[in-house]
Design a protein around this ligand. Structure first.
Ligand SMILES: Nc1ncnc2c1ncn2[C@@H]1O[C@H](COP(=O)(O)OP(=O)(O)O)[C@@H](O)[C@H]1O
Ligand SMILES: [Mg+2]
Length: 269
């Protein structure tokens, strides 16, 4: 149904890429540059109905993120941090609310549109690398390009550049099992960014690493974020790393609350 509608309308009238009501679309048409947040969430609710009872994760949660921000999200286990990233990245659907991400109303996407949106706009990194064990580091990085139908030789050349960016050009032929935890996560970062997305969503990307390696991987995320003009959301339990982001938010009682800078630096000591 949704797909049929998509094929029948012009891009300008596409409700999936239009701004939320009240946004200054008209001014943009007259050549005035307008700064609209790259992520705009309001009234977000998410409920699960497990075998017994109902679990409500968010209470009219709102979030606005400007392009170029690096936002940390902390919160207790089970607070809904992963679910929030899944919703932003069109891997899961909200129960209510509006979710605009990279100019797209992600809550309205059908499965094929969601897959195309993710491939185009989102780089995802998880706590565990999820590299394919039977493929080399280079092939793993090239995988998203091959999935989009890019010619193998070209895909491998682009992937090689990304391996260089993450400092692993000399590990191209290694399989994931032949890499250290930090190296595996570097390869996962290269794979996440090989399609040059605008958004990086990272779910505890350093959670499985020792402190020194975690710091180095975070350094790399910071560098990639800056050099590729990314907007990044990082879920972490590490307050030191959260304090290095543009701002840090705590997910508690179903809402996002700003963590003031001062207590964050106290938490570092
Ligand atoms: N598919 C699901 N069905 C039912 N409950 C779920 C599902 N996914 C997550 N949950 C529940 O939602 C809560 C939040 O999960 P999650 O987003 O993974 O939290 P966090 O990442 O903050 O630890 C947890 O209590 C979890 O058990
Ligand atoms: Mg989680």
């Amino acid at each position: 149904m949704k797909l049929n509608r998509m094929t029948q309308i012009s891009p300008a009238a596409d409700p999936l890429s239009s701004r939320p009501a009240g946004e200054p679309e008209a001014r943009a048409q007259h050549g005035v540059r307008t700064q609209t947040p790259i992520i705009q969430v309001s009234g977000l609710q998410k409920s699960y109905k497990p075998a017994r009872g109902e679990l409500t994760l968010f209470r009219d949660l709102s979030l606005q993120v400007e392009a170029g921000e690096m936002v940390a999200v902390v919160g207790q286990s089970g607070a809904g941090k992963s679910t929030l990233l899944h919703i932003l990245g069109a891997l899961d659907a909200p129960s209510a609310g509006t979710v605009y991400c990279a100019s797209t109303n992600v809550a309205q996407l059908g499965p094929r549109q969601a897959a195309a949106f993710r491939s185009r706009e989102i780089g995802y990194v998880w706590q565990f690398h999820y590299l394919l064990p039977e493929f080399t580091a280079l092939e793993n990085v090239a995988m998203p390009l091959l999935a989009r139908g890019q010619q193998k030789r070209k895909a491998l050349a682009v992937a090689a550049n990304w391996l260089r960016e993450v400092g692993l050009e000399d590990r191209a032929d290694h399989r994931p099992g032949e890499l250290s935890g930090g190296e595996q996560q570097r390869v996962a970062l290269a794979r996440a960014l090989v399609n040059t997305p605008r958004l990086l969503l990272a779910d505890e990307p350093t959670g499985d690493l020792d402190e020194i390696t975690a710091g180095r991987v975070f350094d790399l995320i910071e560098r990639l974020h800056a050099s590729h003009g990314l907007t990044s959301i990082l879920v972490t339990h590490n307050l030191d790393l959260a304090a290095r982001c543009t701002r840090a938010l705590r997910l508690e009682s179903g809402r996002l609350v700003a963590i003031p800078a001062a207590p964050r630096s106290e938490a570092r000591e």
